[in-house]
Design a protein around this ligand. Structure first.
Ligand code: GTP
Ligand code: 5AD
Ligand code: SF4
Length: 319
């Protein structure tokens, strides 16, 4: 369906848990965020009901996120349930990859089509520092397993940060040359920990591009990413630039948090609670509520013109 600004909304991001097995410095405080109790988290049955209602409104693409979606028990069975729904055309996941190696094959068999994996450094000590203890080998075991079972095309998300990983840009680019991996540099957004002054500094996509002579711009865009490539490379290079080149005009998304709130926009605190509605067992009302939430989407974010960042952390919203 179209929102009130004429944008076709066809993509729902579903956060299945706010928990994560890592503590990336720009995303979570060291002690973590207080976990939602199990009773607050949507059941798989309710997620399925929401997806069925959303499909009826023309939402065809679904992405499972977290926290870390693979930290949710039984995630393969959720994938299986959602993949079976008529009208779910794309079913994907964004993960840190460290729990993926063991589950990649089962996820693929259950109907997951592809994964985006977040890896912000290719250096062991740096990766461990950014993630506060994460294991780069485990992340790459996940990358390799995804490639092996055909969870592809595979995208590697890299949040670009000045003074943190800007010395590794060429190493990431090299990966896209030698492997069928699409690298996407993401501009740091002031959400959660990244909105606090913790030494993690924004680096614009233009600055990265200026370090990459010979990049060829591709005609197509891929979702929110502007795409480039080196000749002969197996993968592409994408730039996701929500800060320097706002893409709200072509936004096609709505977000569902793990505790059952619809977020019309990543960058506003407005949330529409579906939990109360789900209890009423009225699927028409559920559909109307989702429709109304879509109609409440604003035209754009205001982070560049004085707007304040949202209260919730990225791990709670799901990216
Ligand atoms: P594809 O289906 O592969 O295109 O995935 P995706 O880019 O939609 O999903 P992914 O989880 O890999 O998103 C990467 C990051 O891009 C997000 O976590 C955000 O940081 C950023 N992003 C994606 N969509 C939006 C959006 O609507 N607004 C803003 N501000 N940032 C977004
Ligand atoms: N700015 C930009 N990207 C972020 N992510 C998490 N927090 C931020 C932020 N403040 C990224 C993750 C992951 C995706 C879901 O969002 O690294 O790739
Ligand atoms: Fe869409 Fe809001 Fe992201 Fe803009 S900031 S692209 S409106 S979700």
């Amino acid at each position: 369906m179209k929102d009130s600004f004429g944008r076709e909304i066809s993509y729902m991001r579903i956060s299945v848990t706010d928990r994560c097995n890592m503590r990336c410095k720009y995303c979570m405080p060291e002690e973590g965020v207080e976990n939602m109790g199990h009773d607050k988290i949507l059941s798989f049955e309710n997620i399925e009901r929401i997806v069925r209602a959303a499909v009826a409104l023309g939402i065809t693409k679904y992405r499972l996120t977290g926290g870390e979606p693979l930290a949710r028990k039984g995630i393969v069975s959720l994938v299986e349930r959602l993949a079976k729904i008529d009208g779910v055309e794309a079913l994907t996941m964004t993960t840190n990859g460290t729990l993926l190696a063991d589950q990649a094959e089962a996820l693929k068999e259950a109907g997951l089509q592809r994964v985006n994996i977040s890896v912000d450094s290719l250096k062991y000590n740096k990766y461990e520092e950014i993630t506060r203890g994460g294991d780069l080998d485990a992340a790459f075991a996940g990358v390799n397993a995804a490639l092996h079972v055909g969870l592809a095309p595979l995208k590697l998300n890299v949040v670009a940060m000045a003074g943190v990983n800007d010395d590794e840009i060429l190493d990431f680019v090299q990966l896209s040359i030698n492997h069928p991996i699409d690298i996407r540099f993401i501009e740091l957004m002031p959400i959660g920990q990244a909105g606090k002054n913790n030494g993690y500094r924004y680096l614009s996509s233009d600055e990265i591009k200026s370090k990459l002579p010979g990049l060829i711009q591709l005609d197509k865009q891929d979702g929110v990413a502007d795409l480039y490539k080196y000749p002969e490379a197996l993968g592409s290079i994408g730039f996701i630039s929500p800060m320097s080149h706002q893409f709200c005009g072509s936004c096609n998304k709505i977000r569902l948090t793990a505790d059952g709130k619809l977020k019309p926009c990543l960058h506003t605190d407005e949330e529409i609670d579906l939990k109360g509605i789900l209890q009423k067992n009225d699927d028409e009302l559920l559909q109307d509520t989702i429709r109304n939430a879509i109609l409440r989407k604003g035209d754009k974010h205001h982070l560049n013109d004085g707007g304040k960042p949202v209260d919730r952390s990225m791990s709670q919203i799901g990216g």
